[in-house]
Design a protein around this ligand. Structure first.
Ligand SMILES: Nc1ncnc2c1ncn2[C@@H]1O[C@H](COP(=O)(O)OP(=O)(O)OP(=O)(O)O)[C@@H](O)[C@H]1O
Ligand SMILES: [Mg+2]
Length: 371
């Protein structure tokens, strides 16, 4: 059991590329932290630095109460599970599970006890005599997990461990992993580019982009209060819509004037909108915060739009729209909403749930109050 603490950790590869640009992250003992972000943002690099497989170019990494900057991987007391879990093909499942304990010269009886406990936990007890090639993908992944668990390390590091599984198995294994963490209560750092995995597994999630940590918070907080446009657009499917326009005031009220001319009234603010008056900004609206009927008390917050595509998905209807000036957005409606392709409709926004961002890829969310 251990906390893991990254302070201003940097990685510049030999070719001069800065893959991680000063990451600070405080992972509590027993916490399940998910690092999520698009391909190439520096997730694996960060994890490998924690594992000691990659030298750090700056900063400090602490595991437990020990700075491990110069501690070799084998002495860091952590176990890593990779995407390509690389079991030893010539060994049986039992031998695969026992391998690291054998290396550490555990007594035979202790190895047997630990392996059977872990096999029981992962429901692979009946597979112990088989070789990996005789197992299904899901069973192999469980053996890989078992190999990590059997050592009882201070922390687990996972690098996209489910990405080789098919969609259905990924969902069930994800749930098993969550249950397993509740049982073992070992500090875990889990890397994925899959936002659904991040939301469902993490006690907290750490969103990375371009080698930088953008936000660290509980999943729903990241979803409801994204600190910037990148985070807002990264979590959620379909993603948040971004509509261009400017903040202005009309009849003493703050409004957002879309480039299309439609005007939506903004909720009361703490004065933070003042410095953005008449500036180009971006209105962020999640697909589920549109409807064809106005929200209570918001009868003016409609955008006149054209319906381009309607996708009935059973539990909802995703509707692809474009505004009069051609701004595209997706609304996620009740599946029984009557709406036809090529028709003109007014889409209403629940402004209480909308966000306003500064322009640019990582434009700051100015609507979340800082207290
Ligand atoms: N050995 C290396 N030398 C130079 N650049 C590297 C090296 N390893 C990785 N990079 C670069 O560093 C960046 C981060 O790589 P990293 O593997 O950490 O990304 P990632 O977030 O894990 O992506 P993915 O989701 O695709 O696995 C990438 O742009 C990658 O090309
Ligand atoms: Mg990676």
């Amino acid at each position: 059991m251990a906390k893991v603490f990254l302070k201003d950790v940097q990685k510049v590869y030999d070719n001069g590329f800065a893959a991680v640009k000063g990451a600070s992250l405080d992972i509590a003992d027993k916490e399940f932290m998910v690092i999520v972000g698009p391909s190439g943002c520096g997730k694996t690099t960060t994890l490998r630095m924690i594992a000691g497989l990659e030298e750090i170019s700056g900063g400090t990494i602490t595991i437990g109460s020990r700075v491990v900057n110069d501690v070799p991987p084998k002495d860091r007391d952590i176990a890593m599970v990779f995407q390509n879990y690389a079991l030893y093909p010539h060994m049986t499942v039992f031998q695969n599970l026992a391998f690291s304990l054998k290396l550490r010269k555990y007594p035979k009886a202790e190895i047997k006890k630990r392996v059977s406990e872990v096999a029981e936990m992962l429901d692979i007890s009946s597979q112990l005599d088989k070789k990996p090639k005789a197992l299904s993908g899901g069973q192999r992944q469980r053996v890989a997990l078992g190999r990590a668990i059997v050592r009882n390390p201070a922390a687990f590091l996972f690098d996209e461990p489910l990405s080789n599984l098919d969609a259905k198995l990924r969902v069930t294994t994800r749930a098993e992993l969550k249950a397993l963490h509740r049982r073992l209560n070992t500090t875990s750092i889990y890397v994925t580019h899959d936002q659904a995995e991040a939301m469902t597994l993490g006690d907290r999630i750490c969103v990375m982009y371009n080698g930088e940590i953008q936000q660290v918070a509980a999943p729903m907080e990241v979803y409801d209060k994204p600190v910037n446009r990148f985070v807002a657009g990264f979590l959620g499917t379909p993603p948040m819509n971004f509509l261009k326009g400017k903040i202005s005031s009309s009849d003493g009220k703050n409004v957002f004037i879309l480039t299309d001319g439609d005007i939506v009234e903004l909720k009361n603010d703490n004065g933070q909108l003042k410095s953005y008056m008449e500036k180009e900004m971006v209105l962020g609206v999640r697909p589920e915060h549109f409807t064809v009927e106005p929200f209570a008390g918001q009868s003016n917050n409609g955008i006149k739009s054209q319906v381009n595509v309607v996708e009935p998905l059973g539990d909802r209807k995703d509707v692809y729209m474009s505004s009069r000036s051609g701004q595209k957005f997706i609304a996620n409606l009740d599946p029984h909403t009557a709406i036809d392709v090529d028709h003109q409709v007014t889409m209403y926004i629940d402004i209480n749930k909308a966000h306003i961002f500064e322009p640019g890829e990582t434009g700051k969310n100015i609507t979340i109050s800082k207290n």
